[in-house]
Design a protein around this ligand. Structure first.
Ligand SMILES: C[S@@+](CC[C@H](N)C(=O)[O-])C[C@H]1O[C@@H](n2cnc3c(N)ncnc32)[C@H](O)[C@@H]1O
Length: 225
């Protein structure tokens, strides 16, 4: 299994101001239920699109921040191949335990660690790509800034960042407005990403399919200078 050198010791979830998930297998079960019966496969599509927008290459080193139970990291591992390296961090101990169990079951070399976006446990310029799905709305604004600075630190020059998040609750209509999770205003994320020293910042919208309760999502893609 590939291992990434530790920059600083991992921190426990209670040390973050972010909203920690700790469902483990229950998180996966609920996600599967929503995706199958309410969202018509959009969760799965969102993760695939995140990996595609990052233009992941064989041999890339990729970090998934707020990786939850590791579903996106598994998809990324398939794309980077055995010569690539994939890591995931999340403060939720049950999320990381579940992610490790899934990786072990599939015999894939992914390094999952308990960690937080505001203090990533990696040296400077470790990764070609950093990804984050459905995580930004779990953070208060100052933590988003701090986290994006950390992402810039661990990315190599020219490295790619792709953030996917639900659209903001106030911008939803119909069934989607009833979905519990909040979200992000894409223009706010763009400003934060630009302030953190990224360039070529672009967005893409993912509209909810018809007759779906999916709240809608957006992607922000950028390059480190
Ligand atoms: C809705 S889940 C998304 C998980 C996964 N990315 C996915 O797409 O299924 C949000 C995740 O952000 C994590 N999180 C909360 N605060 C965090 C922080 N400070 N740093 C990193 N992750 C955090 C939570 O523990 C949770 O697993």
């Amino acid at each position: 299994m590939h291992s990434f050198a530790r920059h600083r010791p991992s921190r426990a979830g209670k040390e973050t101001q972010g909203l920690i998930e700790s469902g483990g297998w229950r998180y996966d079960l609920t996600g599967w239920f929503h995706d199958t019966f309410s969202f018509r496969g959009t969760f799965r599509e969102l993760r695939q699109r995140t990996a595609t927008l990052a233009r992941i290459q064989l041999e890339d080193a990729v970090l998934d921040v707020g990786c939850g139970t590791g579903t996106l990291a598994m998809e990324v591992q398939r794309r980077v191949g055995r010569a690539g390296r994939v890591a995931g961090v999340d403060p939720g101990t049950q999320q990381i335990a579940r992610a490790r169990a899934k990786a072990a079951r599939r015999n894939v070399p992914i390094s999952f660690q308990i960690g937080v976006i505001e203090q990533l446990p990696f040296p400077d310029q470790t990764f070609d790509v950093v990804l984050s799905t459905l995580m930004m709305h779990h953070l208060p604004a100052p933590l988003k800034r701090q986290g994006l600075a950390e992402i810039a630190r661990v990315l190599k020059p020219g490295g790619r960042l792709v953030i996917a998040d639900f659209t903001h609750k106030k911008e939803r209509a119909g069934q989607a407005a009833r979905f519990h999770a909040g979200g992000s205003r894409m223009q706010d994320l763009v400003a934060l990403v630009s302030d953190a020293g990224f360039e070529q910042v672009e967005t893409e919208e993912m509209r909810p399919p018809r007759f779906s309760a999916f709240p809608g999502a957006g992607f922000v893609c950028a390059h480190k200078r």
